[in-house]
Design a protein around this ligand. Structure first.
Ligand code: BEZ
Length: 239
């Protein structure tokens, strides 16, 4: 039995996998995941426990940014190994009492999953016993509108997440899908993007001879092109 539990704790969905399905009780009613979110991007994230300071700063930050993510067609869903009443009490405390870095009266409107049984956390590899066997680590799953996991980011209990990076990752993935390009290190909208590599010797030669106009080639396998910030934002944030 112990071995089976150990195995379950080790399951880690991978990039390109279908997001594991579950039904759960949340602070916004029951959800059927990912089915009811098909058509939107989703950031599914776990946090260790309610009424803890790092998590409180993260929830306030995410709630403040919820509208910005919604503009990019992305919904937020949180999870911790706590019960519904604890979730409700914690979110009420945040709204009524906590003022932090200019954020106050913050209402968390996105669903927070109750997962006392750890059923959902185990499906998503959010329990990492080396860190804690009773608390979820700070996992982030970026899931696309077809319900496919496109990126995973994991942080330990002590390290609060960088929400600018989560937004950058979302926009980067959407840009790759919309424009058929890749994004280089530290890319931000408006920076040059990477075009697919040359698929034949002829294309490689043309690129190096400067025949493929609009490209900047650092070598035959590494060419970039301009992609205006307005084009990216108008395409992705049109809703
Ligand atoms: C926190 O969110 O503050 C926290 C939670 C679990 C362990 C350490 C810190």
């Amino acid at each position: 039995m112990e071995l089976v539990e150990e195995k379950v704790a080790q399951i880690l969905p991978r990039i390109g996998d279908k997001a594991p399905a579950f039904k759960a009780v949340t602070t916004q009613g029951e959800i059927n995941f990912p089915e009811q979110f098909i058509g939107s991007w989703v950031i599914l994230f776990s946090h260790p426990a309610d009424f803890t300071p790092v998590c409180t700063t993260e929830f306030m930050t995410f709630a403040t940014l919820e509208e910005k993510f919604a503009h990019a067609n992305c919904k937020l869903v949180g999870l911790s190994i706590d019960g519904l009443f604890s979730h409700i009490a914690w979110l009420r405390t945040i709204k009524e009492k906590i003022e932090y870095k200019g954020m106050k009266n913050v209402e968390v409107k996105f669903p927070l999953i109750e997962d006392i049984t750890m059923e959902v956390a185990k499906k998503y590899g959010m329990i990492q016993p080396g860190e804690s066997s009773t608390k979820a680590v700070r996992a982030v799953f970026l899931i696309d509108p077809k319900g496919i996991i496109r990126a995973l980011i994991y942080y330990p209990l002590s390290l609060g997440r960088n929400f600018d990076e989560l937004y950058r990752a979302l926009i980067g993935l959407q840009t790759a899908d919309a424009f058929g390009v890749a994004t280089p290190a530290d890319w931000q909208p408006g920076d040059d993007v990477i075009v697919p590599p040359a698929g034949s010797c002829g294309v490689a030669r043309d690129r190096m001879e400067g025949k493929d106009q609009g490209l900047t080639c650092y070598d035959w396998f590494f060419c970039t092109k301009k992609l205006a910030k307005e084009t990216v934002l108008e395409t992705l944030l049109k809703q």
